[in-house]
Every structure is written in structure tokens, then in C-alpha cells.
Unconditional design. Structure first.
Length: 622
């Protein structure tokens, strides 16, 4: 791919737009958003079903595009749960229920349901008590919905839950109620992307149509028309979400180029589709799925175009080498994203995808063929073959995940290292473009060196995260030299471990307990099983008020518990009663000083009390 592609106005426009969104855009409800109608009373709203419903714990969950609330004009989306009704895609419904804000607990490094919905520009939920149809979907969308439902039902009827989930995931991106352990195995083996209907699926369908049309000698015009129609229908059946829509748009570009005997400009199609999606849905930028899909596709396009294989190589060799290159480029470009979201790295991913990606294509074809045969009442001819393919696929995923080095705990990357990594990776992907590399390698290497340096010098102040989950509190401290101290272990140990990993470390130098309650001691013991923990300071056992402890360059002074009454006034709980008495700690490092008090509920910096926020993480630089 010629480096002139990087000078195109559309790409430059997208880069500028991405920076504007990243620094200045925050998903917020609009003026007429349905969230403004939240009250303690039930409301009646009218909305159109967006996407296919998902079955979760006996509820059919779906997103509604709101039109009216209690007869008043409204807009926005609502996440709706139906207990005794199965909504249909593109159906307009009138539903009754109580609106509420999505459940949101923002514990640093942990999944936040409210933030997840906000990234999809949804700020309201409703548990539907009554639903009735205002207008059904058109015949076309009814057909699409029935085909999808029938495919999934066919799998469920003929295979056990795990195998039917794999079939639905590989073919349509709908894995249903997959066992948690099997889902984890897909993550650890690096094959989780195969359970999501993606651009590869759209491309595979298009190629199959081309091959089928070639068998019957159809003209180029008829072949192009058939490919676009069938690929478009598949995109709709699979959900028509952002990755699929983008992939279909790129397919249109590629197929149009084939018809016109011109270069399809897949790179340009990717950039244009990304820009269009973000113009209509800016919040998509903050969705992990969107980020991973765009980066993976971009990496494959650049890498496969730049690293061309010798013409003389046999086709089967080229096939497997291209799979390796696509897998390697995807793994490399997604490494920071995957690490910062899942806090793990899969070292078997390359090998696993070399085997599983081709098998997934076979499985996709066999699964669909089995469905077609079932419609013709001859599904028994392919049932054993399909079941065997699914079983082998599952066995391989579990085998790869079972390797001792399959999944390794990894700490999140900080911004400076991410910038440095992508600068060097972009240079690596473009090495075959020697004129481009010759002109730019110094600039990219300079960025790779300066980004971490700037972060360390200017953005490395001591930081405290005040984490709250209802009445449970903990404080995580990160010092400039990377020392991490945890004050209080009231939160769940897994959540505490994820917070430490999110801060960029895999070790806690010390845990300072504010009291010696059994709950905190239990959480510390569980935390020690998940990561390396240094000193565990238990009040009235390892330390008493008035004593000091040195943790590397940090001096920790123990003092009687500083608490706060309902009026915000501070008071000190002096004396030892022998049972769950609390203490406070003052951390001193160079010119920095911070007191951790109130059993992790607030800190004191220069006589200023900084409290945490209920179900939220407050970040403080001191």
C-alpha cells in the first residue's frame, strides 16, 4: 500500500475528528432524551425496537428508540427488559413501566454497566410491566427476524447448549447463554473474536457467492448484484451492528471496484465508514468493540498490502502465511487495548488462531448448510458432521486455553507507553515502504522515546483513587516510583486486584488495614492468592498509634482513627477497646503528605478534607 494513502484528506479529517472526540466529547443525554422523564411513577412510552433481543435470566432485553413518553415528544434510547413478551426487530411498541437510571458502580478498573450503556448513548432503563404492539415490522424485517430466530432455534434443538452457543456465535455472533468457563476459555485462547460476527464473516459470505456464481458462469454484473444482496441480507441477519455495517460498506467498495475493473480502495472504505459511523454515533469511539474492530481491520489492511508474498509460492502456503500475518498483526495492534480491558495476555493466540480461524470458516459453512438441510427435512445428513466440527472446535479452544502460558496476568499500559508502542508498530507495518520509512523513522522513534519521558516527568504525581461501593471503601495509592499501597480492603478482592492492574502494576507493596475486622482480613487473604502482596499492616498488631513504618521511600505514620460526623466535623476515636477499633495513616513522601482517614472514606491534604463519592471512584493527585 503506497504511503500516499496517509496523506489523503479523508484520513486527516478522521484523525482530527478522533482527537476532538477523545478530548472534548462526553456522552450526555440530549434535551428531549427519555432520561428527563425518570420519576417514581410508571410511564407509558412508545418506541421502536433497535436490534435483536437477547435472552438473559428469563428476560428478553432490547434497546428501544423512544418516540413519545406519556404522550409527549421524546428522543433517545432506553434499555428495556421484557419478562413475558418477546419483542421483534423494527417493531413499534407501547410499553408501561418505571424508568430508572442504569445501575452504575464505578470501581476503578472494573466493569461499570452504566458507563457501558452511556458509550452506546443510553442513559435510561425500564422494566416493562405491560407491552402492546403499535405497528409490527415490515414483511422484510419480519422475514429477517424469523430466519435468524429459526437458525438459532435449529442449533438449540439439535446440539447441547455449549455447542449451539458456538454455532450461533461463529455464524451470527449470537452466543446466547454460554457457560462462563467456556467463555473464559475463548478469551484465554485468543479466539474470543470468533464468537462475534465481524467483517471476516461478511467477506467470507461474499467470496462464497462469487465462487457459487462462477460455477454457473454468471456474468460479472449478475455476480456483483448477487454478492451485494446476499452479503447485505447476512449483515442484517447477524445484527447489522457497527463492525458488520462497516464491513459491508467496505465490501460494497471492493465489489464496486471489481465491477469497474479498478482498485477497490478498501483502506479508503474503512476510513470513510469509520467517519460516517462516528458522525452519527460519536459515543461509539468509547466502545471497546468498536476500537478493537477498527484497529484490527486497519492492521490487516496495512500489513497484508505492504508485506506481499512471492508469486511463486504455492497457494496453500500463501493461505496459511496470510492467516499468520493477519493474526499476528491483529494480536500486535490489539495488545494494549486487550491488556487494558481484560488485564491478561494470551501467548497461545497466534498458534490457536492459525488453527481456529480456518476451522471457523469451515464451521460457518457447515453450520449454515446444516440449517438449509434442516429446512429440507434432510438435516440428519449433516448433523453428525456439524456436531463433530463443533466438538472439535470446542475441544481445541479448551486445549489451547488449558496451556500454562495461555493466559498471563498483565497490568494496564499508561498513555505514554501506548503512544510509544503504536509509533513503533506503525513503523514496523510500513517497513517494506522504504521511501516512507526513510523519511519518517526518526520522527517515529523520537515520539516513541519522548512519550514515556514526558509522562514520567510531567504526569507522574502521587495519585490516590478513592473507591466506593455502597458502604465499602478502599484507597489505592500510586507513588512516582511505582510503589503501590492499598489502604483498606473492604471491597471484593477481585475488584481490588483489577484496580491495581488498571493502575499499571501487578504488585502491592503494602496493605494498610484501618481495622482488624474478619471481612478485611479475608479479602486480603484472597487478594494474596491473585497477586503479590508485600507487607500487611494490621492495626494494634503490627502497628500502634504513634509508630512509623517505612515502605520504600514512603513513611507511614499510624494515628488514632480520624472520623467524620454527619455535619462534616472531624473527631478522633482515641483509645483501644480490643475489638474493631480503627486507625488512620499519614503518608509522607518528599514534599508530599496525605492522611487516609474515615476507614477509607476520605483523605486529608493540607487540612482539606477530600471525600469519596458513593459508588464512584474519585482520583486525587497530591
Amino acid at each position: 500500500m503506497h504511503y500516499s494513502y496517509y496523506k489523503r484528506p479523508l484520513l486527516l479529517l478522521l484523525i482530527v475528528y478522533l482527537f476532538v472526540l477523545a478530548f472534548f466529547y462526553t456522552p450526555r443525554p440530549g434535551k428531549h432524551d427519555v432520561s428527563h422523564f425518570i420519576s417514581s411513577q410508571e410511564v407509558t412510552l412508545t418506541g421502536k425496537v433497535v436490534g435483536f433481543p437477547t435472552l438473559k435470566k428469563n428476560f428478553h432485553n432490547v434497546i428501544l428508540q423512544v418516540q413519545r413518553v406519556d404522550g409527549k415528544k421524546a428522543a433517545g434510547k432506553v434499555y428495556a427488559r421484557f419478562e413475558n413478551y418477546e419483542p421483534r426487530w423494527h417493531e413499534t411498541l407501547q410499553v408501561t413501566g418505571k424508568l430508572k437510571k442504569p445501575y452504575s458502580v464505578d470501581v476503578y478498573g472494573n466493569f461499570d454497566w452504566g458507563a457501558y450503556l452511556a458509550s452506546k448513548h443510553i442513559f435510561t432503563e425500564i422494566n416493562v410491566s405491560r407491552a402492546e404492539t403499535v405497528s409490527g415490522p415490515s414483511w422484510f424485517f419480519r422475514g429477517i427476524y424469523r430466519i435468524r430466530a429459526d437458525i438459532l432455534q435449529t442449533f438449540e434443538q439439535h446440539f447441547d447448549r455449549s455447542l449451539s452457543a458456538i454455532a450461533g456465535g461463529v455464524l451470527l455472533g449470537e452466543r446466547g447463554e454460554m457457560d462462563e468457563q467456556l467463555y473464559t476459555d475463548f478469551q484465554d485462547s485468543g479466539a474470543i473474536h470468533l464468537l462475534v460476527a465481524s467483517g471476516g464473516n461478511v467477506g467470507f459470505v461474499t467470496l462464497v457467492v462469487f465462487a457459487f456464481c462462477a460455477l454457473f458462469g454468471l456474468s460479472r454484473k449478475k455476480t456483483v448484484f448477487a454478492a451485494l444482496v446476499i452479503a447485505g441480507i447476512y449483515t442484517l441477519i447477524a445484527g447489522a451492528d457497527a463492525p458488520l455495517t462497516r464491513a459491508y460498506f467496505m465490501t460494497v467498495c471492493a465489489v464496486a471496484g471489481y465491477f469497474l475493473y479498478r482498485n477497490s480502495g478498501v483502506f479508503q472504505g474503512l476510513i470513510l465508514s469509520c467517519l460516517v459511523i462516528l458522525l452519527f454515533h460519536p459515543s461509539a469511539l468509547f466502545e471497546t468493540g468498536f476500537q478493537m474492530s477498527f484497529l484490527a481491520t486497519l492492521a490487516i489492511v496495512i500489513c497484508l498490502n505492504n508485506y506481499e508474498l512471492p508469486y511463486a509460492w504455492p497457494r496453500w502456503v500463501k493461505f496459511f502465511v496470510q492467516i499468520f500475518m493477519a493474526t499476528l498483526s491483529t494480536q500486535l495492534v490489539l495488545l494494549p487495548v486487550f491488556t487494558n480491558v481484560f488485564f491478561k495476555v494470551s501467548f497461545v493466540g497466534l498458534l490457536a488462531n492459525m488453527v481456529l480461524v480456518p476451522l471457523a470458516s469451515v464451521l460457518m459453512a457447515v453450520s449454515f448448510a446444516f440449517y438449509v438441510f434442516s429446512l429440507l427435512h434432510i438435516g440428519f445428513l449433516l448433523k453428525s458432521i456439524t456436531g463433530a466440527c463443533l466438538w472439535v472446535f470446542k475441544f481445541l479452544v479448551e486445549s489451547f486455553a488449558a496451556q500454562s502460558f495461555a493466559s498471563v496476568q498483565a497490568a494496564a499500559w499508561r498513555s505514554g507507553w501506548i503512544i510509544s508502542y503504536y509509533a513503533l508498530l506503525f513503523l514496523l507495518f510500513n517497513l517494506p515502504q522504504k521511501p516512507f520509512v526513510k523519511k519518517t523513522w526518526k520522527a517515529f522513534c523520537l515520539v516513541a522515546v519522548l512519550a514515556p519521558a514526558v509522562q514520567f516527568i510531567f504526569f507522574n504525581a502521587p495519585t490516590a483513587w478513592l473507591m466506593s461501593e455502597w458502604n465499602k471503601n478502599s484507597i489505592l495509592i500510586r507513588m512516582p516510583d511505582g510503589t503501590r499501597i492499598l489502604a483498606g480492603a473492604a471491597l471484593d478482592s477481585q475488584k481490588l486486584a483489577r484496580a491495581v492492574l488498571k493502575s499499571g502494576g501487578r504488585k502491592i507493596e503494602a496493605v494498610l488495614l484501618s481495622d482488624n475486622s474478619a471481612a478485611q482480613l479475608k479479602n486480603v487473604a484472597e487478594l494474596q492468592a491473585q497477586m503479590k502482596v508485600g507487607q500487611v499492616i494490621i492495626p494494634f498488631e503490627n502497628t500502634w498509634p504513634g509508630e512509623e513504618i517505612n515502605i520504600k521511600d514512603v513513611t507511614v505514620s499510624t494515628q488514632w482513627g480520624i472520623l467524620q460526623n454527619r455535619h462534616g466535623e472531624l473527631w478522633t476515636n482515641r483509645g483501644y477497646g480490643g475489638k474493631q477499633d480503627s486507625v488512620s495513616y499519614t503518608l509522607t513522601h518528599a514534599k508530599h503528605r496525605l492522611t487516609l482517614a474515615g476507614n477509607g472514606r476520605f483523605v486529608i491534604e493540607k487540612e482539606t478534607v477530600l471525600e469519596n463519592e458513593m459508588n464512584h471512584t474519585r482520583r486525587i493527585k497530591w
